[in-house]
Design a protein around this ligand. Sequence first.
Ligand SMILES: Nc1nc2c(ncn2[C@@H]2O[C@H](COP(=O)(O)OP(=O)(O)OP(=O)(O)O)[C@@H](O)[C@H]2O)c(=O)[nH]1
Ligand SMILES: [Mg+2]
Ligand SMILES: [Zn+2]
Length: 295
Amino acid sequence: MKASRPGRVITRFGSQVLVEDEDGRVHRCTPRRRLEHVVCNDAVSWHPEPSGDGVVTDIHTRGNLLERVDPRGQRKNIAANVDQVVVVTAAAPAPSWPLVDRYLVAIERMPARALILYNKADRPDPDPEGTAAALQGYEALGYPVLRTSVANGQGMEALQAFLAMGTSVLVGQSGVGKSSLIQALLPDLEIRIGALSELSGEGRHTTTNATVYRLPCGGALIDSPGVRDFSPGPTPQRELAQGFVELRTLAPECRFHNCTHTVEPGCAVKAALEQGRIDPRRYASYRTLLEAAEA
Ligand SMILES: Nc1nc2c(ncn2[C@@H]2O[C@H](COP(=O)(O)OP(=O)(O)OP(=O)(O)O)[C@@H](O)[C@H]2O)c(=O)[nH]1
Ligand SMILES: [Mg+2]
Ligand SMILES: [Zn+2]
């Protein structure tokens, strides 16, 4: 038996992964055949082979897993062992608040902390009132919100304070500035990307694989490929309301314990909606997801 060593998966490309050892050195490894679903930021056991590359022999039990369902309905792992998910929106491309709600459902279910960013705050906002209302709504629900700009540095210190707390992952539409935020936080990123590209034999710079970076301010940050849409993993109807904090809080007051908050009499959610205590936009997001959810 070769002595196995602990490591962390930095990124994967094809069937191979890059594993960082305890001294911060990165090794190209092949997971054992039965371990094909190794994901970014997995804690693993591995051992070096005489050929130079290593073998990943074991994935340690995950604290949580961020996954998505792609347009073909297939589940895709994004990253494991995440303390905080940073949902990045921007002045451009125009924010999709229902998309943010879908991310929040996934985050509540992981569970992990959520942070909502409005990046490119230096750019003119095509819908300032809509943006302000949506962001205030999330704050009222207890989610932290930051307006940031890579271009002029706005909000970057506050962001660092949030990121120093553990391992975070940046998610959101393509082009909102996830990689640019990492670049701004990591002055030596070029070197890092260069070294990783050399190891992987891929010289590309666009974000195609989730990759974890250690930040000088403390904490680790995962860059992930942008999406056009995001759908949380399969969620049974009963559990969907758990992904909406305002519904989760009111549900125990509904007359029926299995209330779907749609047509039932004595529904505390519907009552709150009628009284304007719940944001109709958020409730609409719930209804859309409910229709798509498993009965
Ligand atoms: N004005 C302005 N432009 C920004 C800001 N942040 C990023 N950009 C620009 O937005 C574009 C997209 O940035 P990326 O960092 O590649 O976006 P991404 O979210 O990583 O995109 P994907 O990898 O496709 O998911 C680039 O041209 C950046 O220069 C910002 O705060 N202000
Ligand atoms: Mg990117
Ligand atoms: Zn109800």
